[in-house]
Design a protein around this ligand. Structure first.
Ligand SMILES: [Zn+2]
Length: 377
């Protein structure tokens, strides 16, 4: 399999082409866009800090919401927000059923250490089981089972911010996740494909529960560049900022690990139990990624890590090493049993051929015009 000689995208990535040196078209597009973006960026942490101070004087109980997974990216974000920016956060941890207990322990330890309020949201397990079963059984190559799950976690955060009247959400998405989030065209396409997958499953109750969750998106504004933070606060909206969007914060796991360990006895997952390696991701990612390698022929981590490599925050060699998919013995069987999924299905299944989407219109008609205009995640 051909892999870009600069990032880690394989030849199976949709729309990829390679030049004579084996560098992909996405790397070339990235280089072209880098210079254009420069004037619209904050140049230092001090500038960001100054721009965020206006959130202190809004007379609300919390200045912002910080979703915390227990991994180093989000822990580092929270430490900075509290200790360097002096903002008062409400911390939110989403427990969807397959979190490693070490991750939850990190969350609890850090919140105690910083003396901040923590809200743990437990998703209804029945709903999450259904979600993973439907999307693992799907033959849609463009949608990973991690997408609807990630969307639910994200929307839970927004919902809490809306309910507690919190005007700002800052999370620890890496530059790779941020780039995926900023691609609005792709996000719309993924949404309609997710709806089609659920329609194909015939589970209308699940469809109903799933689509209802998206209403809160009307209230969010995703941070694009410094102008979004320099504007006055819009009391009707929730501004969403991925912390690592600022160029002076690097997604360097080893460096962040040192900072977290020094501050509060942060614990890594057991060696070999997270995918990609060195992350604090949930268990279900193993099954989702095995399914994705079968149907999509790459994972969304290849997408994410290729952006991180291009940004110079990880070497290509390290990324390729971290992306080696080698599930712990017996784990796939356990996860498949949890969601009532037949693993043998993956031995024979073929990806769906791209065909005209007759169901697309039906799915879109469920959204109001207003929701449709504001759609992005
Ligand atoms: Zn590339």
């Amino acid at each position: 399999m051909q892999v870009c000689t600069r990032c880690v995208l394989p030849e199976t990535y949709p729309g990829i082409t390679f030049d004579e040196n084996g560098v992909c078209n996405i790397c070339h597009t990235f280089d072209a866009g880098e210079k254009e973006r420069e004037p619209e960026r904050f140049q230092s942490e001090e500038e960001v800090k100054a721009a965020l101070q206006k959130y202190k004087n809004l007379g609300r109980k919390y200045d912002l919401l910080v979703p915390l997974s227990g991994g180093v990216d989000s822990c580092f974000t929270l430490i900075r927000i509290v200790e360097d920016f002096g903002l008062k956060p409400m911390v939110f941890h989403s427990d969807h059923g397959w979190d490693d207990p070490i991750a939850t322990r990190n969350v609890e330890k850090l919140c105690k250490e910083l003396d901040v309020d923590l809200l743990i949201w437990k998703n209804e397990l029945k709903f999450m089981r259904r979600l993973f079963k439907i999307f693992n059984e799907s033959t849609e190559p463009d949608v990973s089972p991690c997408f609807p799950c990630g969307n639910m976690l994200y929307l839970n955060g927004l919902e809490i911010a809306a309910n507690f009247n919190v005007p700002l959400v800052i999370n620890g998405y890496s530059k790779g996740q941020t780039a995926m989030m900023h691609d609005e065209k792709k996000a719309r396409d993924w949404y309609s494909k997710m709806i089609n997958v659920i329609l194909d499953s015939g589970d209308t109750d699940f469809l109903d529960q799933f689509t209802k969750k998206w209403a809160v998106l009307n209230q969010q504004v995703i941070y694009q560049d410094r102008r979004d933070l320099e504007k006055p606060v819009d009391p009707e909206k929730i501004l969403f900022i991925p912390f690592f969007v600022f160029k002076f914060y690097k997604t360097d796991k080893e460096e962040l690990k040192k900072i977290c360990k020094a501050r509060f006895d942060w614990e890594p997952l057991e060696e070999g139990s997270g995918f990609p390696a060195r992350t604090t991701n949930c268990e279900m990612i193993w099954l989702n990624s095995v399914r994705d390698m079968k149907i999509r022929k790459y994972t969304h981590y290849h997408d994410e890590y290729s952006t991180i490599v291009r940004a110079g925050e990880m070497t290509r060699e390290q990324a390729l090493e971290d992306l080696e998919l080698d599930p712990p013995p017996g784990l796939l069987e356990k996860l498949a049993k949890d969601i009532n999924f037949d693993l043998k299905y993956l031995d024979t299944v073929k990806p769906k051929k791209v065909e005209p989407r007759t169901k697309f219109v039906k799915a879109e008609s469920k959204m109001s015009k207003e929701e449709d205009d504001d759609f992005s995640f």
